[in-house]
Design a protein around this ligand. Structure first.
Ligand SMILES: Cc1cc2nc3c(=O)[nH]c(=O)nc-3n(C[C@H](O)[C@H](O)[C@H](O)COP(=O)(O)O)c2cc1C
Length: 172
């Protein structure tokens, strides 16, 4: 699948079939994240693959009770290492969240290309998620996504037109 085709096809899916993913499909999805760029190539990330039903349910509880995420056979929890990332992005911020987001999004696009669905989950209680998964204190949780075959086929959600989001040669 062409990149733009995958970008166009991706949707946030909030209903899943429980069918497992073939191992090679799953491996390609992880590989797409592994190959992501990062500030100074520090790769300040770790992705926790959760398949255990009880842990998936706990993660759904900790994610504003968004129980649909536990319907999927896998939940990926994207973690970042602020202390091991490029500290001076734009000279004002650490790059870890950007790095982890790029890697997770690459996984999500590869998933789309494989016919596997995802949904960025940002509404979660970080401390609860860390406790459930025994994440060390200095490691941060950026986001989660379910990974599974879709049980719904929603239409594309609206986006701003290009004219509104692009300017040329200066900001306007
Ligand atoms: C940082 C971030 C956090 C999000 N958090 C949630 C969430 O907690 N629950 C949810 O159902 N969708 C969540 N979404 C999905 C957005 O609602 C969705 O991407 C947006 O409405 C556009 O729809 P689309 O992804 O189908 O194009 C999140 C997306 C992003 C990028």
């Amino acid at each position: 699948m062409e990149v733009l085709e995958a970008i166009r096809k991706r949707r946030s899916i909030r209903k899943y079939k429980g069918d497992p993913l073939p191992e090679d499909t799953f491996h390609r999805i992880l590989e797409a994240g592994r190959l992501a760029p990062s500030g100074k190539n520090f790769q300040p990330w770790k992705f926790i693959v959760v398949r255990d039903e009880r842990i998936k349910h706990q993660l759904a509880e900790a994610s504003a009770r968004q129980y649909f995420i536990a319907e999927a056979p896998i939940i990926i929890v994207a973690c970042g290492f602020p202390e091991q990332s490029y500290a001076r992005l734009g000279r004002y911020m650490s790059s870890w969240a950007v790095d982890v987001a790029i890697a997770l999004q690459q996984m999500m696009l590869q998933a789309t290309a494989e016919g596997v669905s995802t949904c960025w989950i940002g509404a979660f209680e970080e401390q609860e998620v860390k406790k459930i998964l025994q994440v060390p204190e200095e490691v941060r949780v950026l986001g989660l996504t379910p990974l599974g075959y879709p049980a719904e086929d929603p239409p594309a959600r609206p986006r701003k037109p290009l004219e509104q989001i692009i300017s040329y040669d200066r900001y306007y």
